[in-house]
Design a protein around this ligand. Structure first.
Ligand code: ASP
Ligand code: MG
Length: 469
């Protein structure tokens, strides 16, 4: 079986973690699998690079930044490869070259003071080019031949710098030609996550947190059996354990459940990330590198649907409900269109919409950061309707949260909504707005931020999510 495994920043955050990641890759290969490793930068490195780029563009380039990064990575090379002078020397030389390039880019930036998205990608992707040679060398010292490969040689994207989109056909050809001979020889390639290149070879990045996406793209184009995402949690949980102590890890979820949960604030895979895997029906496994014997969560087409309907409960905080209301709105066309034109002009992201069938009220939820400018713009755009009294009020409710119950099996299952409202009612929690998508994979509710944790707990209990399915 071909397995693409990705290690996140904390899973390669120190010499010890890198040695451990290397062991996981080697052990999997020893079980007879072909393994392709994708790695993130060591924890915090990408942030450091981005900060350095920003400072440089305002004229403040400090060469100490290069030294700090060099020292941290060199210390890892010493710890991992100290006993092998030749291998250590080769890796340290590569680290130096990559950081020389970083330094030159920042120095140039401090002269021209213009940080373009293209230049930001060239700088922010440096971290993966440092971690990959370290992890690859760690694998090799454990007796498995390995090579570090820059994903600029594999993943072809458009030129949307800062969040490039892969061109899958081109990537299939390039990645296949480069990686297949390597894995067929029994070597473990260690590929830089996050980075990619245009067809002309200009470096791009896939967006923050993009290493998961790199792994899914490579899994898809190489027809991998599974994609494993090694992270620092056991998997996707029935709720946030800091809010619901009895929350459990879900053994199986579907791609659509994963995307609903990601949308509603659970810290799982980003929707975009699973898309390439989903299209090819390749299961994605979320595993904990700090607790590798835990089976984690498997994301697949079927996802082992739960007879209870609801599988997980999640919440989004820091959001504002905007309500446009007035009895005069009934039957007047265009108010909804005008409203959402304004939202689009303001480039705000609508998290939830609900309209009562009486048409006396439209409400929608935005992040607290976006809400004030949208409300101001709405008051201007709907001035006529306000002055005529078609709209009585444009109100922004402070401090609300969206609580969402998610599960594929809710579809067509009567009684789920009754259980939801019964549970909240018996806790005395007031529901401000409700929405159920026609996909019937989630019911989402707006409650005050103060009551959000209680609402999540009440729903978790009502669907007995603490008990294994
Ligand atoms: N290193 C990149 C970031 O921090 C990509 C990743 O970790 O997935 O955003
Ligand atoms: Mg990361």
């Amino acid at each position: 079986m071909l397995i693409v495994m990705k290690f996140g920043g904390t899973s390669v955050g120190s010499a010890e973690r890198i040695a451990h990641a290397a062991q996981l890759a080697v052990d999997t290969a020893a079980q007879g699998h072909q393994v392709i490793v994708v790695t993130s930068a060591m924890s915090k490195v990408t942030d450091t690079l981005i900060t350095a780029a920003r400072l440089a563009s305002s004229g403040e380039w400090d060469p100490a930044r290069r030294e700090e990064l060099f020292d941290r990575h060199q210390a890892v090379a010493d710890a991992l490869l100290g006993g092998d002078a030749a291998r250590r020397g080769a890796v340290v030389e590569v680290l130096g070259q990559r950081l020389d390039r970083f330094e030159k880019l920042c120095f140039g930036l401090s002269m021209v003071h213009e940080l373009t998205p293209r230049l930001m990608d060239a700088i922010s992707g440096t971290g993966e080019t440092l971690s990959a040679p370290l992890l690859s060398a760690a694998i090799a010292t454990k007796g498995r031949p390995s090579q570090a490969i820059d994903a600029t040689e594999l993943i072809v994207t458009n030129d949307q710098f800062g969040g490039a989109e892969p061109l899958m056909d081109e990537t299939r050809v390039k990645a296949g030609a480069r990686l297949k001979p390597v894995i067929e020889r029994g070597e473990i390639p260690v590929v830089t996550g996050f980075i990619s290149a245009t067809a002309d070879g200009v470096m791009t990045t896939l967006g923050r947190g993009g290493s998961d996406y790199s792994a899914a793209i490579l899994g898809a184009v190489l027809d991998a059996h599974e994609v494993w995402i090694w992270t620092d949690v056991d998997g996707v949980m029935t709720a946030n354990p800091s809010e619901v102590p009895e929350a459990r890890t879900l053994a199986d979820i579907s791609y659509s459940e994963a995307s609903e949960l990601a949308y509603y604030g659970a810290k799982v895979l980003h929707y975009k990330t699973i898309l390439p895997a989903f299209r090819q029906r390749i299961p994605v496994r979320i595993l904990n590198s700090f607790n590798p014997s835990h089976p984690g969560t498997r994301v697949s087409v079927e996802g082992n649907p739960s007879a209870r309907g609801v599988k997980a409960v999640t919440s989004i905080r820091g959001v504002i409900l905007i309500a446009i209301s007035g009895t005069g709105m009934q039957g007047i066309p265009g108010i909804v269109a005008k409203t959402f034109d304004v939202v689009a002009e303001q480039q705000a992201n609508v998290l939830m919409i609900s309209q009562a069938s009486s048409e006396n009220n439209i409400c929608f939820v935005l992040s607290a950061a976006e809400a004030p400018r949208v409300v101001n713009a709405l008051r201007v755009a709907l001035e006529f309707e306000l002055s005529r009294g078609h709209i009585e009020e444009i109100a922004a409710e402070q401090q609300v949260a969206i609580v969402a119950a998610v599960g594929d099996r809710m579809r067509g299952m009567p009684g789920v909504a009754a259980t939801v409202f019964g549970a909240l009612g018996s806790e005395g929690i007031n529901v401000i707005a409700i929405s159920q998508g026609s996909s019937e994979r989630n019911i989402s509710l707006v409650v005050t931020e103060r009551e959000a944790a209680g609402a999540v707990r009440a729903l978790h209990r009502a669907f007995q999510l603490e008990k294994p399915a």
